[in-house]
Design a protein around this ligand. Structure first.
Ligand SMILES: Cc1cc2nc3c(=O)[nH]c(=O)nc-3n(C[C@H](O)[C@H](O)[C@H](O)COP(=O)(O)OP(=O)(O)OC[C@H]3O[C@@H](n4cnc5c(N)ncnc54)[C@H](O)[C@@H]3O)c2cc1C
Length: 224
C-alpha cells in the first residue's frame, strides 16, 4: 500500500516481521446431488478433532500439509434452504492450518496436493460421520492459503491476522498503540489490528480505526 517502499519506517517493517501470522484456511467446497436429509447430513456445522483433543498436537498438525484431522464442516442448505437448486446441497469441509507447511510446496506439486488434501478431508469426514460424500459430488473446488493470497491479496494467505500469544495479545497491543503507530493518518483495520481475528473483531478493528482517524483529524483541526 505504501509507495515507494522506502517510505515505510524501519520500525514498521520490524514490527510486521516480528509478529507471527495466525491460522489460515484449507477448504474443500462441494455441491452434492441430493438433499441433506437424504444424505444423512443433520448438522449445519460440525467440528471434529479426529483422534485427539490435545490442542498442542492439533496445532503441530496445522504446521504440516496434513492429512488434517481437525475439521469443520458446513452444510449451507440447513441454514439457508434453497441455497442450491432443488434436490441438491452445498457442503464444505475446512481445516485451519498455519502457513508454514505451504511455504515449501512446489508449484509442480500443487494440483496433486490439492487433490490429495480434498480426498483426505472427505475420507476423514466420512469416517467420523458415516456419511457417504464421494459418490454424490456434482461440483468441487479446493482452496488453500495460496488461493486466498492469489484472490484476496492477503499476506501469505493469512485470514486471521497476527496470532495472539502471551507476548503479543490485545492488551499488550493496546499498551503499545502509540509506539506501533508509524504513519500519520494511517490505521490498521481488519484482522491484522489490535482485537485480532475473525469477522467480529475485524468489525471492531474497523470501527476503532475510523475513530482514530476522526479523532486525529478533529485534534489537528482544533489546533489550527
Ligand atoms: C473459509 C473461511 C472461513 C472463515 N470462517 C470464519 C468464521 O466462521 N468466523 C469468523 O469470525 N471468521 C471466519 N473467517 C475469517 C474472516 O473471514 C476474516 O478474519 C476476515 O474476513 C478478515 O477481514 P479483513 O477485513 O482483515 O480482510 P478481508 O475480508 O480479506 O478484506 C480485505 C479486502 O481488501 C481487498 N484488497 C486487498 N488488496 C487490496 C488493494 N491493494 N487495494 C484495494 N483492496 C484490496 C480484498 O479484495 C478484500 O476485499 C473465515 C475465513 C475463511 C477464508
Amino acid at each position: 500500500m505504501i509507495e515507494p517502499l522506502s517510505e515505510v519506517p524501519e520500525g514498521a517493517i520490524k514490527m510486521v516481521n516480528g509478529r507471527r501470522l495466525s491460522v489460515t484456511t484449507a477448504s474443500v467446497m462441494m455441491v452434492l446431488d441430493d438433499t441433506p436429509e437424504n444424505l444423512g447430513i443433520k448438522d449445519y456445522n460440525l467440528f471434529s478433532a479426529g483422534e485427539t483433543m490435545d490442542t498442542d498436537k492439533i496445532w503441530e498438525q496445522g504446521k504440516t500439509l496434513g492429512p488434517y484431522k481437525y475439521l469443520t464442516s458446513i452444510c449451507l442448505d440447513l441454514a439457508n434452504p434453497g441455497a442450491t437448486p432443488e434436490g441438491m446441497c452445498q457442503f464444505s469441509i475446512t481445516n485451519l492450518p498455519l502457513v508454514q507447511g505451504f511455504l515449501d510446496l512446489k508449484e509442480e506439486d500443487y494440483y496433486d496436493f490439492k487433490r490429495k488434501m480434498a480426498k483426505d478431508m472427505i475420507d476423514e469426514y466420512e469416517r467420523v460421520s458415516g456419511i457417504n460424500i464421494h459418490d454424490h459430488i456434482v461440483e468441487i473446488e479446493v482452496s488453500t492459503p495460496v488461493t486466498v493470497a492469489h484472490y484476496v491479496g492477503a499476506w501469505k494467505g493469512s485470514i486471521y491476522g497476527y496470532s495472539h500469544s502471551i507476548d503479543d495479545h490485545a492488551i499488550a497491543r493496546l499498551q503499545m498503540k502509540e509506539d506501533d503507530h508509524f504513519i500519520d493518518g494511517l490505521e490498521f483495520a481488519g484482522a491484522h489490528a489490535i482485537s485480532g481475528n475473525g469477522m467480529g473483531p475485524a468489525v471492531t478493528n474497523g470501527r476503532a480505526a475510523a475513530k482514530a482517524v476522526i479523532d486525529d483529524y478533529t485534534r489537528k483541526e482544533a489546533q489550527r
